[in-house]
Design a protein around this ligand. Structure first.
Ligand code: BEZ
Ligand code: FE
Length: 303
């Protein structure tokens, strides 16, 4: 049974919010205090649990550096990232659905020509991905920028590995005059989100696996249009229904067709057997206020 002193405490903290502070900040803090106090009351948090939470948040912060963002991972595994994504990309206007950015985006991926090889000798199953970028009005977007990144065939991103010799399995390329793109790479594979930090322990205690289904990351942008941050998922992956970060949307699940044809492979600059996938990206006109910006772990580092 909640006593009056508890209610008064919540009201007192809210009442200290200055009228002169920014209205949006005030609204966020008001709601945060109300929900946080409500949560503490609902679970009747013990002092030991409170201290466990302090230790957990401390460890989460200590795990962060210019290459690792454990707080984004916390947001991801609790579904908060996908909730923010859903709220900010409402409306079925035919534009490509968005999903989590994840912690492995890095600014300044190498620029390659349209049709180039982003795997650059990295071992894996040769894969060709192609399609068109157009606006919701159906206009092909020439010169649209595609920023791609993926893990290697063992499930590691370059930033997780030592001595990769720079940015690997990442590329930026532009669409041609017809808005078309083509890229050669290797088949993505399912992989676990990092489990060597506090989030690994949380997933374990919740009885959840850490796996993400195989995917390729895309950030697609064109002047005057909202940037799309999304993935293409490989149809048939066993983790599509239980992605550790809740990022799968049906419209983003794509056939990666296997071919053994040497002729076909040669035409695409690959070796058989190889996989190919086709996907068109559709961008909605920008409304101005809501341009999605990509943030890397480095953007959160102090200094
Ligand atoms: C990723 O797809 O790279 C990713 C997304 C969320 C958490 C961890 C990894
Ligand atoms: Fe990923």
């Amino acid at each position: 049974m909640q006593d009056d002193a508890e209610t008064r405490l919540t009201e007192a903290v809210i009442a200290r919010l200055s009228d002169k502070t920014d209205p949006r900040f005030r609204r966020i803090m008001h709601s945060l205090i109300r929900h946080l106090h409500g949560f503490v009351r609902e679970v009747e948090l013990t002092e030991e649990e409170w201290f466990e939470a302090i230790k957990f948040l401390t460890a989460t912060g200590q795990k962060c550096d210019a290459k690792r963002q454990e707080f984004i991972l916390l947001s991801d595994v609790l579904g908060v990232s996908m909730l923010v994504d859903a709220i900010n990309h409402r409306g079925a206007d035919g534009s490509t659905e968005t999903t989590v950015l994840g912690p492995f985006f890095v600014h300044g991926a190498p620029e390659i020509e349209n049709g180039g090889d982003m795997a650059a000798g990295w071992k894996g199953e040769p894969t060709y991905v192609s399609g068109q970028v157009r606006s919701t009005e159906g206009r092909p977007l020439a010169g649209a920028l595609l920023d791609l990144w993926q893990s290697n065939s063992e499930g590691w991103y370059d930033v997780q590995l030592a001595d990769t010799g720079g940015k690997r399995l990442r590329a930026r390329l532009r669409t041609d005059a017809d808005g078309c793109y083509r890229v050669r790479t290797i088949l993505p594979t399912a992989y676990p989100v990092p489990t060597d930090g506090p989030m690994g322990q949380v997933l374990h205690r919740m009885g959840r696996h850490p796996m993400r289904p195989a995917h390729l990351h895309f950030m697609v942008s064109a002047p005057g249009h909202e940037t799309v941050v999304t993935h293409l998922f490989v149809r048939g992956d066993p983790y599509l229904q239980s992605d550790a970060v809740f990022g799968v949307k049906d419209s983003l699940v794509v056939d990666f067709r296997r071919s053994e044809s040497e002729d076909e492979a040669q035409k695409l600059g690959l070796k058989a057997p190889f996989y190919s996938a086709a996907y068109d990206f559709v961008l909605r006109p920008a409304t101005g206020a809501k341009q999605r910006s990509a943030r890397s772990a480095a953007d959160t580092a102090p200094g």
